[in-house]
Design a protein around this ligand. Structure first.
Ligand code: ADP
Ligand code: ADP
Length: 222
């Protein structure tokens, strides 16, 4: 089975008397070893799709499985537990707590999954080349370091799936390459990576690109 499996996904939003369909039947699967990129114009449903796949939002129709377990259509507490176990999330806005050091942010991410496949903090810091910045606060980091610290936190529980929203959006070329290399290696190690991105460098590490338009996938190319 694919590590990430979203089938027939619909998501409706009520706005006053009106209803918007952000997703209208999206199918997306990412297999072990694959990196898949999602592109599409603004408003095409990319953020909504990512939130549904991460178990942060509930699809109105369809189902999401991660690591072979259904994460959709469950109470929030259960989704949150499954998310901590199976999904690493990387957002452009960052997911680090401001008053905690890099090291403590990683510890906190591990604590979210009490019985998880915790990776040692020193190994995580080493993987993202931030061992020398373990005690720094997020606001003391450069853009590239911040992205890598977020990545270390996302990988803390050795998740089956990494979901990333413009993970290299504001990085210079060198920092972008370092982040992309870590993500690509993740997939090569038998995990699944899904990126929402417009960056051509990020698209170049993808095995497949899925294009969303008006809440539907319109094509898929290798
Ligand atoms: P993208 O990430 O591709 O820009 P989004 O997933 O943010 O697209 O939005 C898809 C559509 O759903 C848009 O028309 C947007 O206005 C609508 N939408 C997204 N979130 C909400 C919400 N919470 N309430 C109402 N409409 C929403
Ligand atoms: P990177 O290539 O990872 O983005 P830089 O070359 O930009 O790193 O930064 C090198 C060093 O300078 C880092 O230790 C970083 O903490 C520091 N630094 C860079 N920009 C800032 C900033 N805006 N605020 C604080 N420290 C910064």
């Amino acid at each position: 089975a694919p590590l990430l499996d979203g089938r027939g996904l619909y998501r409706f939003f009520r706005v006053g008397e009106d209803e918007t369909a952000a997703l209208r039947g999206v199918d997306i699967r990412v297999r072990r070893g694959e990196t898949v990129a999602v592109i599409g114009p603004s408003g095409s449903g990319k953020s909504t799709l990512l939130a549904c796949l991460a178990g942060l939002d509930e699809p109105s129709g369809g189902a999401v499985h991660v690591g072979g377990t259904r994460i959709s259509h469950r109470p929030e507490a259960e989704r949150s537990r499954l998310r901590a176990r199976h999904v690493g999330i990387l957002l452009q806005s960052g997911t680090l707590i401001r008053h905690l050091s890099v090291r403590d942010n990683i510890r906190l991410a591990r604590a979210a999954d009490r019985h998880g496949r915790h990776r040692p903090v020193t190994e995580l810091l080493d993987q993202v080349e931030l061992s020398h910045r373990a005690d720094a606060l997020p606001q003391e980091l450069s853009g590239g370091e911040l992205a890598r610290a977020g990545l270390a936190a996302a990988l803390a529980n050795d998740p089956d799936v990494v979901l990333a929203d413009e993970p290299t959006g504001e990085l210079d070329g060198d920092s972008e390459q370092r982040v992309l290399q870590i993500l690509r290696r993740r997939a090569n190690d038998g995990r699944a990576v899904l990126l929402v991105t417009h960056s051509s460098a990020a698209l170049s590490i993808a095995d497949r690109v899925i294009t969303l338009h008006d809440g539907r996938n319109v094509d898929e190319r290798d």
